[in-house]
Design a protein around this ligand. Structure first.
Ligand SMILES: Cc1cc2nc3c(=O)[nH]c(=O)nc-3n(C[C@H](O)[C@H](O)[C@H](O)COP(=O)(O)OP(=O)(O)OC[C@H]3O[C@@H](n4cnc5c(N)ncnc54)[C@H](O)[C@@H]3O)c2cc1C
Length: 302
């Protein structure tokens, strides 16, 4: 129900204009602007964490909006460089924010511009994965970007039945692959629906990535999967610089620090920007306790 609400413009207007405490948003989002993104990156980097910055916004509908997203990312990358923190931070991109849904070529050109700036300032880009209707297009764009920028990464979603095959294709030398469970409402025909099936698929995908030649990015907060990933890394003789854990800003922060202390590389996915609605709804859908937190904050303001 919450994931359906995440796609409803009416619901978006309702929540965005509700007198909800900014605390709820602040828990998961760095703030509205580039300065907020830099501040949080600096704080996390000081604690030994790496960062992937996501400028919030998806499903862009006009070329002008898409150009605005490019300008935002390029400005952010230059600001990271000027602040000396570019080596600790990459950026995450949603191709739908770059116009993928109405012009794939435009999205590719825009992603190329962002990858060029990232390369110039000494960092890189990872493509987020959105709903299953965009998977082929995103992998196609990834292939093209990697011709000039081999370090561009991509997210794969363990809940999709196709993902084991995609992991096999992408477990090649230098290939950065972020494995996550998947956050969109998908039909049974393309995705596993039970938690246990998604978790089993995650482990099968993890085995492929960890035993392959690429650079696995293990994006989960699930304690069992974190432990299994640590085991597999030992089993396949991967040192801590040959894979990384990734978690979301505001989710299990103590665990993020614990893993750093154990010597692992940990990257925190940090969203920022004003268009936080879809992102927040997906985080609420993941955990009933977050909904209670959200409702408590709403009630305390009404
Ligand atoms: C770095 C990163 C990048 C991602 N990129 C994408 C992407 O490109 N495309 C995509 O579809 N999805 C993406 N996701 C989201 C992902 O698909 C899952 O929806 C999300 O990570 C929850 O799954 P989980 O593996 O943590 O396991 P779950 O089974 O959902 O959670 C395991 C445990 O983690 C804790 N937890 C999980 N989520 C929350 C939360 N929101 N708040 C508080 N505690 C929580 C709880 O203790 C829970 O019991 C990304 C996730 C991460 C960490």
């Amino acid at each position: 129900m919450i994931l359906a609400a995440a796609r409803s413009p009416r619901m978006a207007r309702l929540v965005e204009t509700a007198p909800l405490s900014r605390d709820v948003v602040n828990r998961f989002v760095a703030g509205n602007g580039t300065e907020d993104a830099l501040r949080v990156t600096r704080q996390l980097a000081d604690e030994g964490l790496r960062v992937s910055l996501d400028h919030l916004g998806e499903d862009t509908v006009t070329p002008e909006q898409a150009q605005g997203v490019v300008d935002q990312y390029c400005g952010l990358l230059r600001a990271l460089h000027a602040s000396g923190i570019a080596p600790s931070a990459e950026v995450s991109l949603k191709l739908s924010a770059l116009g993928q849904r109405f012009d794939e070529k435009l999205a590719l050109d825009h992603a190329t511009a962002i990858c060029t700036t990232a390369h110039d300032v000494g960092t890189t880009v990872t493509l987020d994965m959105e709903d299953h209707a965009t998977t082929d297009s995103t992998l196609e764009v990834l292939g093209r970007l990697r011709t000039d920028f081999p370090s561009v990464g991509v997210a794969l979603q363990a809940y999709l039945r196709r993902t084991e095959g995609d992991c096999r294709e992408l477990a090649t030398s230098g290939s950065r692959v972020r494995l996550c469970k998947g956050a969109y409402a998908e039909p049974e025909t393309v995705a596993y629906s039970s938690r246990v099936d998604v978790d089993k698929s995650y482990v099968r995908c993890l085995n492929i990535l960890m035993s392959g030649q690429g650079y696995p990015m293990v994006a989960t907060h699930d304690p069992r999967l974190v432990a299994i990933a640590g085991d597999r890394a030992k089993w396949f003789d991967r040192s801590p610089d040959e894979f990384e854990f990734q978690m979301l800003y505001g989710v299990r922060p103590e665990e993020q620090r614990r893993l750093v202390q154990l010597g692992y590389t940990v990257r925190v996915y940090v969203p920022y920007g004003t268009e936080w609605y879809g992102y927040l709804m997906r985080r609420l859908a993941e955990r009933p306790a977050n909904i209670a937190f959200f409702l408590r904050a709403l009630r305390s303001r009404t």
